[in-house]
Structure formats: C-alpha cells, structure tokens
Write a protein that binds this ligand. Sequence first.
Ligand code: ADP
Length: 319
Amino acid sequence: MKRIGILTSGGDAPGMNAAIRAVVRKAIYHGIEVYGIYNGYNGLINGKIEKLEVGSVGDIIHRGGTMLHSARCEEFKTREGQQKGIEQLKKHQIEALVVIGGDGSYQGAKALTMQGFPCVGVPGTIDNDIPGTDFTIGFDTALNTVLDAIDKIRDTASSHERTFIIEVMGRDAGDIALWSGLAGGAETILIPEENYDMNEIADRLRSGNDRGKKHSIIIVAEGVKSGNEFAKELKEATNYDTRVSVLGHIQRGGSPTASDRVLASRLGAKAVELLIEGKGGRAVGIQNNQLVDYDIVEILGTPHKVNIDMYQLSKELSI
Ligand code: ADP
C-alpha cells in the first residue's frame, strides 16, 4: 500500500477533523501517501483531490466541521457515478479509500468495495446510529451541546414554572434524546424506537404538579415528530401550555469533546492499520472500549439498537 485517499461525506460531525488528522499522520508515519478528496463523493467524481502532508492537518484537532468539506451527491448512488469515482482514484494511483461518515456514506463505501475498490468506513455522525459500534464520532459533543441547552432551558423553565419541549436531532435514532434526557434529568423522553402513551405522559405531568413540581422538561427526538406537533397534542390532551425549543444545527457544530477527539484518533488510526494489513471492505468501531472491525456489507443490513434498559431507567428516575 503506497497511496490512500480520504473523504468525509454526509452530515458533518465534530471530531471528523481529528479523524482526518489521525488517518493522515498514521499513514505518513508508515510511509504511505495520503490524498484528500474534497466535498465527499461529489469531489471524488469531479477529481477535487489534493495531496495532504503532515502540516496539512495541523491545528485542526480542536475544530468542529470537516476541513475536507462534505456534500450530498445523488450521482454517486448510480453505477455510472461510482465508475467515474473509481476512474479518478485510479488516475491518482490511489489504492484504497477511507470514508468518514454516516449510514449513507457507508453505502457509498460498500458500493465501491463491491466493485473491487477497497474502502474502510469510519463512523462519523452525531446520531450514533451506525450498527457495530457503541459510539460514533461526534455523538459525545452533540450530547454535551444538547445538555448545555437543557440546563439553560431548565433555569428559565423553573423561574417561570413552565413545561418546555425540546426537539433534538438524531434522524431515526433516539440516542441523542435518550442520553441527553437522562443526563439532563428530563421528565419525559420520546424516542422513535418506543411508542409513547399520551395518557401516561399526562399522568406524569399531573402527579408532578400535585407534588408541587411546577416545571418539566420533555425531550422529543426528531424521528418521533416535531416538538411543535407534540406540543399541540399535549395541549389537546391536558390543556397545558408549553414552550417549544428546536435546537437544530447547533447540535452539529462546536469544538469536539476530549472523548470525541480520542475516539476519532483511535478509529482513524485503526482504519489505516487495516489497510496496511491489506483488509478492505471493513468498517471500524468501538465496543466495550476495544477497537473492532467488521464487514461493511454485512453491517449495513443490521439495524441500530437503542439502549432500552437506559430508556426504562430514565422513566424510573423521573417519577
Ligand atoms: P450520512 O452519511 O450522514 O448518512 P447521507 O445519507 O446524505 O449522509 O449520505 C451521504 C452520501 O453518501 C450521499 O449524498 C451519496 O453520495 C452517498 N450515498 C448514500 N447512499 C448511497 C448508496 N445507496 N449508494 C451509493 N452512495 C450512496
């Protein structure tokens, strides 16, 4: 292995830069050249490819976003688009590719692998929805951003004795909602993996009120429904007025936490190790704090699971 490529694709996530840095430096340490592909699969098709040196990835470990930029690319979902990508890789004599991104980006890596071009996937998404890894790069930072918002909203909820509904990201996964809700002491957490019972939520709010509790925090994962829709439903069921906060894209930005930087560094380096061993068509992850790798084709058929014990615990702690 003499030359590898690297790209970031799909939604950006804090810690992607730390992963890029790790891939570039680990590869150069082992005498391998690294080419950065800008704007995800779009840049791959259009040949936006440049050599990266040790210094190219200096001063980025603490920055959110991705220095390689990201883009969506519909054309790459077609065989012709993928062939154009492979031609560009061959033109630059790139022998293998590291793809940092989420589920959609893994689909692209899988398509290349199935056409004989070796790829390794590195899980980079705030949603924590990639099967085969306990955590994805960016999740911890997003979680802490949400937690900070919950704490601040709790102050005003408490002063004004109000119920707040906070809508958080996560696409079809409830991890951001569940973890931030548990950490923030939310009274109710709605995740797409579990149905909710409006009567139970109403009872919980009323019994809290009867105990003298005058404010509540309800976390709604975007995969369930919008915070505003839920506020309307709650009003119809209970006549309670609420305030809704939609946290939006602030959840994707910011300087990565120590935990995300360390995770990104470990996973990025592991991806290069696999390529040095001649193993393509893999995805890296972390399970029980051990680095693991698995078949990228097989893993994409496995659904992501939320931690149901934690969900149950959140209910027991918010009686
Ligand atoms: P994420 O990686 O965050 O899940 P997307 O789902 O938007 O983000 O996917 C990112 C990009 O990956 C898409 O714009 C597209 O270029 C590529 N991609 C997604 N699905 C496929 C697929 N089935 N085959 C090939 N490429 C895909």
